[in-house]
Design a protein around this ligand. Sequence first.
Ligand SMILES: Cc1ncc(COP(=O)(O)O)c(C=O)c1O
Length: 303
Amino acid sequence: MPPYAFFQKQFMPLHEAKIGILTHALHYGTACFEGIRGNWDNEKERFCLFRLSDHYRRLLDGCRLLKINLPYSAEEMCQLTLELLAKSNYREDVYIRPLAYKSSETIGVRLHDLEDALLIVVTTLPPYLGNSTIRCCTSSWRRIDDTMIPARGKISGAYVNSALAKTEAHENGCDEAILLSQDGHVAEGSAENIFIVSKEKLITPASPDNVLMGITRDSVMTVARNEMGLASIERRLDRSELYLAEECFLTGTGARIAPIVEIDHRSIGTGGIGPITSTLQRSLLEIELGRNPHYSSWYTFLP
Ligand SMILES: Cc1ncc(COP(=O)(O)O)c(C=O)c1O
């Protein structure tokens, strides 16, 4: 079976799903998207789609920000996703990418008087930041501010900011960039939230520092509290606090929990994966596979 896409209100083989070269979103970034994991459980021979409806609720928030009107509710998009995944016949971990976009084929930068559309594709995803530990650099690019592009949505055009930072980090020999906010506080990675461990607590930048409200970020805070009795504090975080942290890690749907062992050529903590990070990694992996009944509201199984 070829991979399928949901495109123009129907399911079709991925290679048949094509957009016109004048599509508004292609030129102006007028789209928002999600990244959702479908975790294949080899033992149970089923997928666990992790926090599926939360992802679609965030997509609909992005649509509101961009004045995109979709003819689907979050529940309907969950159903479309399940149908698409069932058709696509994968038996390995998958990554689901819905994109809501301004689909008119026309020139002229704006949000109004344009048609809107939804597409969904399913693909495989190699480990996003590798499987082990990562080295980061503080970016010379600053995280977009909410006064420029809303930071609370996964808005396609805003990812130029992430791409600039990621490539700069790569060219400087690092795995990932850490972006600061306009006024110099820690915001997040190019496609991940950031946490430090300090004095038996997790600390992560708060929403006003223009962080995307990550679903993995929320899962980590919940799991840390429930499974380890660890409190999380959402507050302003300074760059030098990263350097002095006992442990530091990135979180994201793609990256899962990525332990940071070096930032700006300084080793973090002991220079290896810290004990809290590795416990969280183990717990979250188990939970993402749908194996912990305490989190059943986060799971959508297929079949
Ligand atoms: C800019 C940005 N920050 C943070 C995240 C992490 O969000 P989530 O955990 O919902 O994938 C992502 C990935 O979606 C992202 O693109």
